[in-house]
Design a protein around this ligand. Structure first.
Ligand SMILES: NC(=O)c1ccc[n+]([C@@H]2O[C@H](COP(=O)([O-])OP(=O)(O)OC[C@H]3O[C@@H](n4cnc5c(N)ncnc54)[C@H](O)[C@@H]3O)[C@@H](O)[C@H]2O)c1
Length: 416
């Protein structure tokens, strides 16, 4: 057992007893640069496969990490992912969180579990890499609690919007901050793809699966409406609104997060959404979704998308003086006609992948691990994720209620 792990365990135990939150300085001592970090995975399906693969790659590259625990309400999946590791297996995430060998958790469960499991993890003293969306679209109060707990416990929280690992966003953010486009007034982005393979195409491991000691249906349901067991709901949860939201919460976190970061905005003042089930009638959630968001800074962000056609819209940031867009590896600054200035083309290391490439995914993990050690704030931090998630939840509520949804910034409340 590494001394770092022992130090940290003692420290967590002490803080749990005294009720005092972990402080940045203390934790930094406990998780020094060379001490092994024990990683636990909550949810052992498709996405966690990519995370486990990444962690193994980082271990091979010399990162002091160890996969120590895996949790899934469907034991065969946890068993499969445990292959080649000496990880302990749990069916209830709270048991994994009680495992002192777990220093950080990676949460890749269905959307409706993210916030509660992240809260439980941070309260147990663990740092969290949490898949997007950080909560389900009906969980705004829980989202606020998640933010409160992250602030109080000072745990590192990295949302799974790995495209942020693309260095082009930092460059664009810097240019906008320096005034390269003048006062930002309008931005557009989108997520277009063909096929609902992300929903209807999810694998059904066992069509005869039934609740029992190796399949905890009640734990799968969590705080969602109580329903009798259903194989499709269990394995293809993305098709159902109890557990998912469609493009707005599944895909738009990728597209909107960097845009919000570049513009430096927080909560929108009003959101209007349109869309619906235009192409794939077997699902409950929309396949086509469009959002217009106005921000108090007097700027609009438009996010467009459908799963019926993958011909996309380019990301564009428009200011009073110039537009910023991307052309191949370059950032282009196109002045408004009246400015009478030259177009500027700025080379970048742009990865050109909406959800990020293998490199941006690795960057995102490395950023998380660096922050676990230094107690700095990661790029996909909770405040950014909160602002984005609030806008996305407002979008979903706007579509469902068929009206514009406002945000009361003073009370931090969504007003329908
Ligand atoms: N960042 C990305 O690019 C990206 C890509 C794919 C998925 N995701 C996100 O990852 C999450 C998981 O997606 P997926 O495709 O892996 O789904 P999945 O169904 O393949 O995996 C989810 C796993 O969680 C398990 N589970 C359900 N309830 C649980 C609970 N209460 N405790 C523990 N385990 C539980 C399920 O049995 C299943 O094995 C989603 O929220 C999705 O949005 C992100």
């Amino acid at each position: 057992m590494k001394s770092g792990r022992i130090n940290r365990r003692r420290f967590v135990a002490t803080t749990a007893l005294t009720g005092v939150g972990l402080t940045a300085a203390n934790y930094a001592r406990a998780a020094g640069a060379n001490e092994k970090i024990g990683v636990g995975f909550i949810g052992c399906g498709g996405r966690s496969g990519a995370h486990i693969h990444m962690v193994k790659k980082l271990i091979e590259a010399g990162e002091p990490l160890e996969i120590v625990a895996l949790c899934d309400v469907y034991k065969p999946r946890a068993n499969k992912k445990a292959d080649g590791t000496s990880a302990r297996i749990y069916l209830d995430h709270r048991d994994l969180l009680a495992d002192p060998a777990v220093d950080v958790v990676c949460i890749a469960t269905p959307d409706h579990h993210h916030a509660q499991q992240a809260i439980d993890a941070m309260r147990a003293g663990k740092d969290v890499y949490c898949e997007k969306p950080i909560s389900h679209w009906r969980q705004f109060e829980l989202t606020k609690e998640l933010v409160r707990v992250a602030r109080e416990t000072k745990r590192v929280f990295q949302a799974g919007t790995q495209g942020l690992g693309d260095p082009v966003w930092r460059q664009a953010e810097q240019l906008v901050r320096e005034g390269a486009i003048g006062q930002p007034v309008h931005a557009q982005c989108g997520y277009f793809r063909t096929g609902d393979w992300g929903e209807r195409g999810m694998p059904i491991d066992d069509p005869n699966a039934k609740p029992g000691p190796d399949l905890l249906w009640e734990k799968f349901l969590g705080d969602s409406p109580k329903r009798p067991f259903d194989v499709s709901r269990f394995f293809r949860w993305r098709m159902y609104e109890d557990y998912a939201g469609g493009p707005v919460t599944d895909l738009f976190p990728h597209t909107l997060t960097p845009v919000v970061k570049v513009l430096g905005v927080k909560f929108p003042s009003v959101v209007v959404a349109t869309g619906g089930i235009f192409r794939y009638p077997e699902r409950e959630i929309p396949d086509t979704f469009n959002m217009l968001m106005d921000y108090p800074e007097k700027l609009t962000i438009a996010v467009l998308g459908t799963q019926a056609n993958d011909y996309g819209v380019p990301d564009v940031f428009r200011g009073w003086d110039a537009a910023l867009y991307f052309e191949g590896q370059n950032i282009v600054l196109q002045p408004v006609r009246e400015a009478n200035k030259e177009k500027r083309v700025i080379p970048t290391e742009r990865q050109m992948a909406r959800e990020g490439s293998a490199e941006t995914f690795e960057n995102h993990w490395r950023d998380f691990l660096r922050c676990v050690r230094t107690r700095e704030t990661p790029q996909g931090n909770i405040e950014l994720a909160y602002h984005v998630q609030t806008a996305l939840q407002m979008g979903m509520l706007s579509l469902r209620h068929g009206k514009a949804v406002k945000f009361d910034a003073k009370k931090e409340e969504i007003v329908i």
